[in-house]
Design a protein around this ligand. Structure first.
Ligand code: G4P
Length: 529
């Protein structure tokens, strides 16, 4: 449990998320992190893909089957004198725009890479999103208990494909069956790996100094020599860790280990508390709010619906930017200009949904939402401003949605617009016909929309294929050019849920041609709320 005296010390808070390709080991590493945070007695109980220990508050059956739950949305735990918030980034079928937006609510990211595979597609995409804010990135090369690719080559790949310099902090000794541990470049010590200890925290054997003959005895003289040779190369060829470059998202400290074997995760966590930023301020329309500002402020980056089937409530996840939340306090919901009293915000200490007395900058609180809160909304202690930088992202998947009962067209539209305001999906209405197009970043959202339309709006809808590949919001400084564009490209234009003009492209090539043909039009893949 968090020690009381640290609760208010924001310099000791770290709020981060994991970016990775599915199956790289995000869930496993989360378990181990919680194990170190003493939030779990025994690893193997987070998502319970196998163990069957789904969290209590799973909402719809559909989500239950897929093992998605609110308790894993935010996890708060103490580590090494710090209080850490880990925000979940849905990654499998549940991958969605929420995944992207969660990255706007953290101050740093852990990138987990399967060291047998290297940089994979999803990681590339998520890295692009972290670039919007130049988020500091820590890297964990996972699955060293398997045969991996040449570590030097892995670093090269990260550098060239993700355009970020690598600073190895630990270096592996062997891999697969001959994985012996890592050498910690900053501590000048070798930490030895023992297999079969993945579920608990075990004492480790440490050998000080690279030239220590004990090392030869422990890992064998061949591996010891290889390590010494490699390190000479590594030190010459790679970058040294630099705090400033790290903070600018230009260099990433790299750790090696195995999440399954619970080895190396603590080295990474030590790096996180040492280097990753304490809660950072955020931009508003009228300037920046720093994390140490006294007055409460926060923004909503995610809304999760129907978590408690009995109450049909929705939870709005609010990142506190500054000040303090106290139970029963009054906040201003600035978009609608109303004061609200919040008596029952949720917190997520130790992975459990619990009522909360107080929370500080960097923390996430869950606000009960009865339909008034939207993604991007700002809450303050009374001032009138709005945080920026919590955008919509252009969907990557599209379907036409159609009613089974054509008489309910109005309800369908209303439902879709509300769901899009909430951030679940996006809806597009072409200028030239009456189609309704649903756009999402992940496939699960399509099912969620149909299920919610049925239960909340009493409409039965089905999907049809539509040949849309991508969408971009369009703007122009020059209203005449925009008008002209609107006329000429009418067949590819639609309005989104908020009536913003959007270009709907059947292919990427089509989009590229449109860009070339209309140089005065800006095509953007994010849109501010
Ligand atoms: P994800 O959340 O990123 O999708 O990955 P997850 O942790 O679920 O891990 C994906 C698979 O990789 C799991 O195996 C997991 O046990 C395995 N894994 C994770 N870390 C390591 C590691 O350090 N070494 C090895 N050898 N495997 C690792 P699975 O068989 O697909 O799932 P399960 O049957 O174990 O649940």
């Amino acid at each position: 449990m968090a020690e009381k005296n640290h609760l208010s010390d924001i310099s000791k808070r770290r709020t981060f998320a994991i970016i990775s390709h599915p199956d790289a080991g995000k869930t496993t590493i989360t378990e181990k992190v919680l194990l170190f945070g003493r939030a779990l007695q025994k690893a193997g109980t987070v998502k319970g893909k196998k163990s069957g220990q789904h969290a209590k508050s799973d909402w719809m059956e559909m989500e239950k089957e897929r093992g998605i739950s609110v308790t894993t949305s935010v996890m708060q735990f103490p580590y090494a004198d710090h209080l850490v918030n880990l925000l979940d980034t849905p990654g499998h079928e549940d991958f969605s725009e929420d995944t992207y937006r969660t990255l706007t609510a953290v101050d740093s990211c852990l990138m987990v890479i399967d060291a047998a595979k290297g940089v994979e597609a999803r990681t590339r995409k998520l890295m692009e999103v972290t670039r919007l804010r130049d988020t500091p990135i820590i890297t964990f090369m996972n699955k060293l208990d398997r045969d991996i690719r040449d570590p030097m080559e892995l670093l090269d790949e990260v550098e060239t494909e993700l355009n970020i310099a690598c600073a190895p902090i630990t270096w592996p000794i062997g891999s697969g069956k001959s994985f012996k541990g890592v050498y910690h470049l900053h501590r000048d010590e070798t930490i030895l790996y023992q297999s079969g200890q993945g579920h608990t925290i075990q004492p480790v054997r440490i050998i000080k100094g690279l030239d220590n003959p004990e090392l030869d005895g422990a890992v064998g003289s061949d591996l010891a020599q290889t390590l010494r040779d490699e390190l000479e190369l590594v030190v010459g060829a790679s970058n040294e860790f630099d705090q400033e470059l790290f903070m600018a998202g230009e260099i990433t400290p790299v750790f090696f280990g195995t999440a399954l074997g619970n080895f190396g995760v603590d080295h990474m966590l030590d790096g996180l508390v040492e280097w990753a930023p304490a809660p950072l301020g955020r931009e508003t329309e009228d300037g920046r709010i720093e994390a140490d500002a006294a007055a409460f402020s926060g923004f909503v980056f995610k809304i999760q619906a129907n978590m408690d089937p009995k109450h049909r409530d929705r939870i709005a996840f609010c990142r506190i930017v500054s000040g303090k939340y106290e139970k029963g306090m009054k906040m201003k919901h600035t978009r609608i200009g109303k004061d609200v009293r919040i008596a029952d915000a949720l917190t997520f200490l130790a992975g459990d949904r619990a009522l909360l007395e107080e929370a500080y900058a960097g923390d996430i609180i869950g606000l009960h939402n009865h339909g008034t809160i939207r993604i991007g909304d700002t809450f303050t202690a009374g001032e009138n401003f709005r945080f920026t930088g919590i955008p919509n992202f252009a969907p990557e998947l599209f379907k036409r949605i159609r009613l089974r009962d054509p008489l309910k067209q109005k309800q369908l539209l209303k439902g879709l617009i509300q769901l899009s305001e909430e951030g679940a999906v996006q809806v597009f209405r072409p200028l030239v016909n009456n189609d309704l197009i649903v756009g999402a970043v992940g496939v699960l959202q399509f099912d969620v929309v149909v299920a919610r339309l049925k239960s909340e709006y009493n409409v039965e809808a089905i999907y049809e294929h539509i040949s849309v590949n991508t969408a971009r919001w369009v703007y122009s400084e020059d209203p005449r050019k925009l008008d002209e564009f609107r006329r000429k490209a009418e067949h590819n234009l639609a309005l989104d849920g908020g009536d913003n003009l959007t270009y709907i492209a059947p292919t990427m090539v089509n989009l590229q041609l449109a860009r070339e043909r209309y140089p005065d039009i800006q095509f953007t893949h994010t849109r501010e709320h």
